[in-house]
Design a protein around this ligand. Sequence first.
Ligand code: HPA
Length: 294
Amino acid sequence: MAEIFEHMRDGEQRIGARQPVPSHAATNIARKVLQDGFEGRLPLSTKPCLGIVLGTGMGLLVNHLDEKRTVDFSELGWLPSATAIGHAGRLVWGHVENQPVVMLQGRVHAYEGQPVEMLYRGIELFAALGIEQVLLTNASGGLTSDLAVGEIVVLNDHIDFVRNTLAVEYLKTDGSHVYDELLSIGAVRAAQVAGHRCRRGVYAYCLGPNYETRAEYRMLKMLGADVVGMSTVPEVTVARSFGMRVVAASVVTNLADSIDCEDRQPIHGEDVCQTAASATNGVWTIVRKLLGEL
Ligand code: HPA
């Protein structure tokens, strides 16, 4: 066990040879990492009702949890430390109206140069905890002309321009029913009723870390994407392979139309983070809906 732990701390998945660990094995290891390291500190015998990945600017949502327990990714040794702006890198366990909820405050992205399996370790951890329903959040650039900054787009599909080579078990995921219709429709309605701009849309997954050029924004729009971002799709794919019900909420932080002009202003990561944070109330409404509180 100590040996496995050491490998995980390295941020490397080396158990014997450098083979990718099959999904069930990875989940078993994640479970063991939790049990051996955190029994007593985390209520591991309780199955959380919902797992949430908090993307750029969404980190403050942890403040809604009661009876919080927190473990840094570095201490956990299963998830690599996040380096992107606005990604704290913490596992946060707590309650919403007495319902257990687990949040990952931050994630790693493909552009951070981590091995590909690090992009979905969080979902393997959720699987180890028996979580059946996930909410994935992110910040995105808005492509469709009538989107507004701060609007939430609940994904109904995606276009994967990165096509990370995931472990083979995860590639069997059926691409036709990825995002949970019922939960997603409920999420949009709840956010709208609470007064937030919210709609369904298609997410283009690009590698980054640079934001797109004007021509790229135009191309993505022509190809049928509504928003563009640099995360979430590997997590979605792996979550579906575990049979989890997936809802993904993307907060629009900048608009392609306003960029596609001669006096284009540069996009700054700090602004993206702040703008995303301004939509946390809307995302929180979605969380409460998924928990059956609304
Ligand atoms: N492109 C890619 N990712 C993003 C953007 C964008 O314009 N805005 C926020 N995340």
